[in-house]
Design a protein around this ligand. Structure first.
Ligand SMILES: Nc1ncnc2c1ncn2[C@@H]1O[C@H](COP(=O)(O)OP(=O)(O)OP(=O)(O)O)[C@@H](O)[C@H]1O
Ligand SMILES: [Mg+2]
Length: 499
């Protein structure tokens, strides 16, 4: 079946200071998954936003079923059968699950009155069918990032779309949910739906894609059948060079305990959690999404409360009541939900990067702007942050580049202990490697790194020791010599327990 469902021709798009897309030709076959690969800032989301009518192209034409179409906004896109699961989930926290599911397409009678009974009934049915345990009236703010991502997926599917764009749909969902999504994708394909799939997880791409297009610096490098490609070829086309796929972990002498958390509990969230990280050590936290890893770390860092337990830093008991206390004690955390506790949207990339380390640039009564700028710039170069200028508003950067800026913010604090919650989420393969190298450099300076990650290969490749959490408790801790994906999964699913 080689019927073209959608085609774009000659698309161009510039933003102030950046040519985001030039002369893009791209077509998606009916009933197939077309993966779009490219580094952070390559132009993937921009192209998708043009298709959705969120941005206007400077030039070019979109065709659906070989007929030229004009899409000026997402409502028109939906009318033409296009749905998108956006990379930056933009939801209104106060909306309920059902309101969100029916956003923009609430059933109304001829007097314009919403039929809430029908909404409730259909919402309940969707939730039941998908096996999601939320109530239709629950506010979105009570859900986790992964819950909301799942809801977005259902929303797109239930819209009866003929073309579904998925921009990093699996960045925050569990392995089991990924399997569910893939099953759903197969069903959609069988119905003739065309899917555009964007992901930095290359294994996923190769598992699910029929066709692969590589974008680099706003241009199409190639489009091929996935079966004719291999991983190394795609990666080298993306980054324009060959990169080694190994982890740059080095042997570091391990010292005293830098941080020790004892019997941390918060009822219903995490229970009796004890762990430590030593100087020079990279300690991983594995577990299924919802196991309580993020919640525990947030409490340790002082973002969320805890009922009992204590923390020692360098053997001294410390009383952490707020994030300010933590930073003062040399403990920082890169939070998983960058949107909620990370980015200051209207501020520049420079300001976002130096926010937490400003103190370091104030001495002798002066702010040493020059030093601040130089250090931020150096860090950006190391991480390959792509931004038109240091004054650009952070919200204008691509998703992955925003994350790099946040990571840079914490790296610049020069902390003794770093908690990194999903540090490479949404980050392209080339930059991932740079971030691993930075982490390696950090521990060489006798610092401790705690890495929470849902990507097992990353934990196995980078850590000295891994704790596994299951249902709010630590179910196991294993040393490098015992590392294996199977062992971790046994502890993560509760099949095995050391306690
Ligand atoms: N609203 C905007 N204003 C100005 N520049 C923008 C805007 N949106 C995107 N850009 C720029 O366009 C380029 C492409 O960004 P885009 O978000 O499409 O990248 P991407 O391929 O989706 O990357 P990622 O993998 O990080 O999500 C980047 O240089 C980005 O800074
Ligand atoms: Mg993007």
């Amino acid at each position: 079946m080689d019927e073209i469902k959608m085609r774009v021709a000659g698309i161009e798009k510039s933003f102030p200071g950046v040519k985001a897309l030039s002369n893009i030709d791209f077509s998606v076959r009916k009933g197939t998954v077309h993966a779009l690969c490219g580094e952070n800032g390559a132009g993937k989301s921009t192209l998708m936003k043009i298709i959705m009518g969120l941005y206007k192209a400077d030039k070019g034409q979109i065709f659906i079923d070989e007929k030229p179409v004009d899409i000026r906004n997402p409502i028109q896109a939906r009318e033409k059968g296009i749905s998108m699961i956006a990379q930056e989930l933009n939801y209104v926290p106060e909306l309920s699950v059902e309101e969100n599911l029916f956003l923009g397409r609430l059933p109304v009678n001829k007097f314009g009155k919403v039929n809430w009974k029908q909404v409730r009934k259909e919402a309940q049915q969707f939730l039941r069918e998908e096996g999601l345990p939320y109530s239709p009236t629950q506010k979105l703010k009570t859900l986790t990032v992964s819950d909301i991502q799942m809801l977005e997926i259902i929303k797109a599917v239930t819209n009866n779309a003929q073309i579904i764009i998925m921009d990093e749909p699996t960045s925050s969902i569990t392995e089991r949910e990924v399997q569910q999504l893939f099953k759903k994708i197969e069903e959609l394909k069988a119905k003739g739906v065309a899917i555009i799939y964007i992901s930095h997880k290359m294994e996923e791409v190769f598992k699910i894609a029929d066709d692969i297009t590589v974008l680099r610096d706003g241009s199409v490098v190639s489009t091929d059948r996935a079966a004719d490609l291999d991983l190394d070829t795609v990666i080298s086309r993306m980054v324009g060079r060959k990169i080694s796929n190994v982890y740059p972990k080095e042997e570091v002498t391990i010292g005293e305990k830098a941080i020790e958390v004892e019997h941390y509990s918060q009822k219903g969230v995490f229970e009796d959690v004890s762990f430590y990280a030593r100087k020079g050590e990279i300690v991983g936290f594995a577990g299924l999404v919802g196991a309580g890893r993020t919640e525990t770390m947030r409490a340790v860092f002082g973002l969320d409360p805890h009922e009992s337990g204590n923390v020692k830093i360098d053997g001294q008991e410390v009383n952490i009541k707020s994030v300010a206390d933590s930073i003062h004690k040399g403990l920082i955390m890169l939070s998983e939900s960058r949107r909620d506790d990370g980015i200051v949207p209207v501020r520049s990339v420079q300001e976002n990067a130096s926010l937490a380390s400003l103190e370091r640039y104030i001495y002798g009564g002066y702010t040493h702007k020059k030093k601040e700028q130089t250090e931020v710039l150096e860090m950006f170069q190391k991480m390959n942050v792509k931004t038109p200028s240091m004054e650009t508003e952070i919200s204008k950067l691509s998703g992955g580049n925003q994350q790099k800026v946040l990571l840079a913010r914490w790296m610049l604090c020069n902390p003794e202990i770093m908690i990194l919650d999903e540090p490479t989420r949404g980050i392209d393969v080339g930059a991932k490697f740079e971030i691993y190298k930075l982490i390696t450099e950090i521990v060489k300076e006798n610092k401790a790194v705690i890495m929470v990650s849902s990507e097992l290969p990353e934990l196995l490749g980078m850590c000295d020791r891994i704790y596994i959490m299951c249902q709010g408790k630590i179910s196991g801790c294993i040393d490098k010599s015992e590392f294996s994906q199977e062992t971790i999964m046994m502890y993560a699913t509760g099949l095995r327990n050391q306690q």
